[in-house]
Design a protein around this ligand. Structure first.
Ligand SMILES: Cc1cc2nc3c(=O)[nH]c(=O)nc-3n(C[C@H](O)[C@H](O)[C@H](O)COP(=O)(O)OP(=O)(O)OC[C@H]3O[C@@H](n4cnc5c(N)ncnc54)[C@H](O)[C@@H]3O)c2cc1C
Length: 423
C-alpha cells in the first residue's frame, strides 16, 4: 500500500516525527488526544493569558530542538527563544556566570569568579568538572549523590545537586550519574554556546508544535485534535488504529505517546508486549509551576534566579521573556514532597530576593507525571520495534539525555528516519 503514516501523539516527539516524514514527501496523519498540541510542553490559557503547563528552559546543547524551531520560523518573525550565557544567580549566597571563552575554559573562569565559594571549593569543582567532561568513556552505574560524593558539601548543595534536579527532574540520591555526566558533557564539553540557557519568548505550543503542524498541513498531512487512539492492531501489511468514532488503516504507525500511556496501546500488539512491560516499570516525578501576577510595573533585576530554602528552585520573570509584565513563574522540580501551602512558601521565596508588593492572582499547575525518574540503568527502548510497521518516539526512548525537549525531538526525528529507511 502507498505509505501513509499515523503518528499517535502530538507532543514534541510526535510533531518532530510527523514534520520529518511530511518533509520527505510521505503522507502523515497526527492523532492527538488533547485539544492542544505540545503534550507535556504546551500552552494553557489562564487569566486570559497564554501561559504554559509548566515553565520550560532549554540548553544551548539542545541542537536538534533549536534547529527545528529555527527551521520553522518565518524570516521576519522575532526570535522565539532568548539566549543567555549560563548564569546561576542565587541571592544572597551564590552566583556563577560563565564568560564568552572557549569551553570548558568558560566553566573554569565562571567557577573561579563565583561568589559564595571558597578557593578550595572552586579548585575542587574545576578539577572534578574537568575530569568528568574530558574523562574516560567508562559507564557509571551509580547515583548522582555517589558520583559527587567527593565534592565539598557546599558545591553539591549550591551547584551540582540543583543542576541534577533541574536537568534530570530526579533527586540526586536516585538520579543516574551516567545521564547527569552526559548532560555535563553536552553543556560544557563542546562549544561555549552549548551551556547557554534559552528562555522561550512565546508559549510552548507556538514555539514548535503549532508551526510544525502548519508545515505538515501545507505538505498535505493532517492533524486530528481531540482524537484519542484506543485500539491498535498490526498485521504484516498494515496497521489499524481505532478511535472512539472510527477505525482507519495505515501503512505504518509511530507511537509518540508519553511512556505512562504507551503500555495501554503497545500491549495490544503481541510483538510489543515486552516493551510495554519494560516501560510499565517506570516511576515518575512531578514538576509544579506557580504563576504569580504582581503589579505590571514590577520586574526582577534579572530574567531568572535560582532560589534556596523552599519548594521552588527557580523563578522566571515572564515580563522580560514573554512581555507578560509583572508575571513570575516559579518552578519546583522533583516535587514529590510538595507542601499544601507551596504557593505561599514560593511567594515568601520571592519576597526574600525582591519587593514585588501584593500578588494580584496566583495559580499553581502540578504535573504529577512530568517526567520518568531518570534512575541508573533505566531500560530505554529503541525507536524501532520488533514489528516492522510500528515505531516509537518520545523522551524515554534510548538516548543520552534525560526526559527533555531535546530527547523528545531527537527521538521523533530518529524514529521518522528509521521508518523512511524501510520504504
Ligand atoms: C512541568 C514540566 C516542566 C518541564 N520542564 C522542562 C524543561 O525546562 N526543559 C526540558 O527540556 N524539558 C522539560 N520538561 C520535559 C519535556 O516537556 C518532555 O520531556 C517533553 O515534552 C516530552 O515530549 P514527548 O513528545 O516525548 O511526550 P508528550 O509531551 O507526553 O507527548 C505525548 C502526546 O501524546 C498524546 N497522547 C497520549 N496518548 C494518546 C492516545 N492514545 N491517542 C492520541 N494521543 C495520545 C498526549 O496527549 C501528548 O500530547 C518538562 C515537563 C513538564 C511536564
Amino acid at each position: 500500500m502507498t505509505p501513509h503514516v499515523a503518528v499517535v501523539g502530538g507532543g514534541w516527539a510526535g510533531c518532530a516525527a510527523a514534520l520529518t516524514l511530511a518533509e520527505a514527501g510521505v503522507a502523515v496523519t497526527v492523532f492527538e488526544a488533547s485539544r492542544t498540541l505540545g503534550g507535556r510542553a504546551r500552552a494553557v490559557e489562564l487569566e486570559g493569558q497564554a501561559l504554559d503547563n509548566g515553565q520550560h528552559i532549554l540548553l544551548g546543547a539542545y541542537e536538534q530542538t533549536l534547529e527545528l524551531i529555527e527551521r520553522l520560523r518565518p524570516a521576519a518573525a522575532p526570535a522565539g527563544l532568548w539566549r543567555l550565557p549560563l548564569t546561576l544567580e542565587q541571592p544572597p549566597d551564590f552566583s556563577l556566570a560563565c564568560p564568552r571563552l572557549p569551553a570548558p575554559l568558560h566553566l573554569a573562569a565562571g567557577l573561579f569568579g563565583a561568589r559564595g565559594l571558597s578557593w578550595g571549593d572552586k579548585l575542587a569543582a574545576a578539577r572534578w568538572a574537568h575530569t568528568q567532561i574530558r574523562g574516560t568513556e567508562d559507564t557509571l552505574d551509580g547515583s548522582v549523590s555517589q558520583f559527587t560524593a567527593t565534592q565539598p558539601e557546599k558545591l553539591n548543595r549550591l551547584l551540582w545537586h540543583p543542576l541534577c534536579v533541574s536537568a534530570l527532574n530526579t533527586p540526586p540520591e536516585i538520579a543516574s550519574a551516567q545521564v547527569f555526566r552526559n548532560v555535563l558533557r553536552a553543556a560544557f564539553g563542546g562549544r561555549n554556546r552549548h551551556s547557554d540557557l534559552l528562555l522561550p519568548r512565546q508559549d510552548l505550543t507556538a514555539l514548535f508544535p503549532a508551526p510544525a503542524a502548519a508545515r505538515l498541513t501545507e505538505r498535505g498531512g493532517s492533524v486530528r485534535l481531540g482524537c484519542r487512539v484506543t485500539t491498535l492492531a498490526a498485521a504484516a501489511d498494515a496497521v489499524t488504529l481505532g478511535t472512539r468514532d472510527e477505525s482507519a488503516v495505515f501503512s505504518h504507525a509511530i507511537l509518540a505517546v508519553a511512556p505512562q500511556h504507551l503500555p495501554a496501546l503497545a500491549a495490544q500488539v503481541p510483538a510489543l508486549e515486552p516493551i510495554a512491560q519494560q516501560v510499565a516499570t517506570y516511576d515518575y516525578q512531578p514538576i509544579a509551576t506557580a504563576y504569580i501576577q504582581y503589579d505590571p510595573a514590577f520586574r526582577l533585576a534579572k530574567p531568572l534566579y535560582a532560589l534556596s530554602d523552599g519548594p521552588a528552585q527557580f523563578v522566571f520573570d515572564r515580563g522580560q521573556s514573554h512581555g507578560q509584565s509583572g508575571l513570575l513563574a516559579l518552578v519546583a522540580s522533583a516535587a514529590t514532597q510538595l507542601p499544601a501551602d507551596w504557593v505561599d512558601q514560593a511567594t515568601a521565596q520571592v519576597q526574600r530576593i525582591a519587593q514585588p508588593g501584593a500578588a494580584r492572582w496566583r495559580k499553581s499547575i502540578v504535573e504529577k507525571q512530568a517526567t520518568y525518574s531518570c534512575v541508573p540503568g533505566l531500560p530505554r527502548p529503541a525507536v524501532t520495534t520488533p514489528h516492522p510497521r510500528l515505531f516509537l518516539a518520545g523522551d524515554y526512548t534510548a538516548g543520552q539525555y534525560p526526559a527533555t525537549l531535546e530527547s523528545a525531538t531527537q527521538s521523533g526525528v530518529q524514529s521518522a528516519a528509521s521508518l523512511l529507511e524501510t520504504l
